[in-house]
Design a protein around this ligand. Structure first.
Ligand code: G6P
Length: 610
């Protein structure tokens, strides 16, 4: 999604802005632009379609010396990806704006601003902001006041940064629905939509609250809240290291993040299981008393996080014995759903900023849930700030657009949640003991699963010329098949679908032939014999199958049936372990196909618009 970086300093800031944009590339974008102002108010604006590298080359040739500036990566919503639609957008040779989010009343504003004589040169919703600020500056000569006044007329979600060649040495930023942080340096200040962008220049950050508008100079930061009152926001030291965004010698972030999983799980579980029991504050203070009374769990999430929620449904219903529903956030937020008595709302999100998930949480607050819990990877995110209870994942920054470590860490957290619910209700001691043992052993099992990399790499070559693939699983491995299919789609652009294996004969079997590889996740569990019958049904139709199986089950390979054996482990963590070969599979298929693994076309890491 779109990214914002801004800086105001004594020194030229173009390199800081470009480096910031590069560090935001992982979010997904299609064009980029930058504007810098020097101390005389000379403005230099450059925009390019495509990668930040193309923009960087263009600005290098111009080498602008500005000390105040804003920059942007755009992920097209209104208007095609092009130089014309790239940000910054400008008005009257004075004002420049970069914007994340969507202005919903842009058509009305465009009409009235056109009547006022403003000429639009782009197809974007953003351009109305810059002309509106320009218009209001006649009444509010102070830039922050003009931006504050403009906010009163904008409907939608936005984070924006504004500069004015007649308000030298200042940036104004506003947050309403799309995150922004201010970075504090020595005699210089910065702004970004994600603190990762600024880690090379500062580690001290303040997170703006909804409705805040801030005026930033190199010496000072002055913030007003949504009601126009001066406020201060706490400045905190980030514990993310500047090279957290680096590839550490791996070819892609995705591969690095696959290998980071055991460590991410260790960190996430550290201190959260004490003497075999879930620590009292693992899910937030007071969570255990609350869990005791919970009779239903409603999980809401998007994308990979939704697939993690689907696994949890099996666990919560089987082991806790209470009902659990899982819904895609964009559906949940727009329908009238039934709220069970004593129901806990759980949001799952890597970023904590996914617009639909956040909107679902906000909606749920008015629906009578007992409490909201978020399982989230970003401490400063909106979901963390707005939920009653928080389980902070410690996966570390995830840069690859296709989520890997966030998924398995979410699963570990959800297994822990099932255990915490059981403990709070004083039920199912056997599961509680087994889950503690399985979770403690999990990182080591994950490391063992990495030994499959080479065999999966070899078989991935057989997918390169395929256009479709099926993924099959049963029980809590069905959502793992869903996640495997999603990964393959996302980064190799092969159409892949997942089916609960028992459903195959109700339609998809018609598609099966030698050109449709079928991937099966087959751990050792009660459903294995049923799954074996499903495999035979597919095999009889001449398909080529790849079965990931538990080595203890001695699955027989044969014509049309490749078997990759996984070391035996507790069935409780099978969904986590069987995810690993599927991650390798999508990664190596993408590599063979030569697609952009870390930044697949059209996709974004953090989807902050609807
Ligand atoms: C985007 C990403 C996915 C992610 C989904 C939900 O689509 O590309 O990888 O699963 O958003 O994101 P969240 O941050 O809420 O987990």
């Amino acid at each position: 999604m779109c990214g914002i970086v801004g800086a105001v300093a004594e020194r030229p800031i173009i390199e800081i802005l470009i480096e910031g944009l590069k560090r935001l590339e992982y979010r997904g974008y299609d064009s980029a632009g930058v504007v810098v102002l020097d101390q005389q108010g000379n403005t230099s604006c450059t925009k390019r379609e495509g990668k930040v590298g193309v923009l960087a080359k263009a600005v290098k040739e111009q080498s602008p010396q500005g000390t105040t500036g804003i920059a942007h990566t755009r992920w097209a919503t209104h208007g095609v990806p092009s130089e014309r639609n790239a940000h910054p957008h400008q008005s009257g040779n004075r004002f420049s704006v970069v914007h994340n989010g969507i202005i919903e009343n842009h058509k009305e504003l465009r009409k009235s601003l056109s009547v006022d004589g403003y000429t639009f040169i782009s197809d974007t919703d953003t351009e109305v902001i810059v002309h509106l600020i320009h218009k209001l500056s006649a009444v509010y000569p102070d830039l922050r006041s003009a931006v504050f006044a403009a906010n009163q007329q904008l409907v939608g979600a936005y984070g924006m940064a504004v500069v004015d060649s007649q308000s030298l040495g200042q940036l104004v930023v506003a947050r309403s629905g799309s995150p922004l942080v201010i970075g504090y340096g020595l005699g210089e200040h910065f702004v970004a939509s994600d603190q990762l962008a600024l880690l090379p220049v500062t580690r001290r950050f303040a997170v703006l609250e909804e409705g805040d508008v801030a005026q930033i100079t190199k010496e000072s930061v002055s913030i007003i809240d949504a009601s126009g009152e001066p406020v201060s926001r706490p400045i905190e030291e980030s514990d993310i290291t500047a090279d957290a965004g680096g590839k550490a010698g791996y070819k892609h972030y995705m591969l690095k993040e696959i290998f980071e999983q055991p460590e991410a799980i260790r960190r996430t579980l550290q201190g959260r299981i004490v003497d075999g029991k879930v620590a009292e504050d693992a899910f937030g203070n007071g969570s255990l008393e609350l869990f005791e009374a919970i009779k239903h769990v409603q999980i809401v999430a998007c994308g990979t996080s939704y697939n993690a929620g689907m696994v949890a449904r099996y666990w919560i219903e089987q082991y806790v014995g209470i009902s659990c529903s899982v819904e895609i956030a964009s559906e949940f937020r727009y329908r009238e759903s039934f709220v069970h008595k004593d129901s806990l709302l759980v949001t799952l999100s890597q970023s904590g900023e996914t617009a639909d998930t956040l909107a679902a949480l906000r909606l749920a607050k008015s629906l009578g849930y007992s409490a909201s819990l978020t399982i989230c990877n970003v401490e400063t995110s909106s979901l963390v700030r707005e939920s009653d209870l928080v389980y902070l994942m410690k996966a570390g920054p995830e840069i690859g657009v296709a989520s890997t470590k966030a998924f398995t860490v979410q699963l570990a957290a959800l297994l822990l949640l099932s255990k915490a619910l059981c403990e709070a209700k004083a039920i199912n001691q056997e599961f509680c003991t087994d889950a503690a043992e399985a979770l403690n052993a999990l990182p080591t099992h994950m490391e063992q699963a990495f030994s499959l990399e080479q065999s999966v790499k070899v078989l991935s070559e057989q997918f390169a010329d395929k256009h479709h693939a099926l993924f099959l699983g049963r029980g809590d491995l069905y959502p793992v098949a869903m996640e495997g299919a999603l990964k393959l789609k996302e980064i190799s652009y092969i159409h892949a679908e997942a089916y609960a294996a028992g459903e195959l004969k109700h339609g998809p079997l018609a598609l099966v032939d030698a050109d449709m590889p079928v991937v099966v996740v087959a751990p050792s569990n009660d459903l294995l014999d049923k799954l074996k019958s499903n495999i035979e049904e597919v095999r009889a139709r001449g398909s080529v199958m790849y079965v990931f199986a538990d080595s203890d089950d001695q699955f027989e390979p044969g014509p049309g049936l490749d078997v990759v054996n996984m070391a035996h482990a507790s069935h409780l963590i099978a969904p986590i372990l069987f995810s690993i070969p599927l991650q390798f599979l999508s990664y190596y298929v993408a590599l063979v196909k030569g697609t952009d693994v870390d930044q697949p076309r059209n996709l974004a890491k953090s989807v902050t618009v609807e």
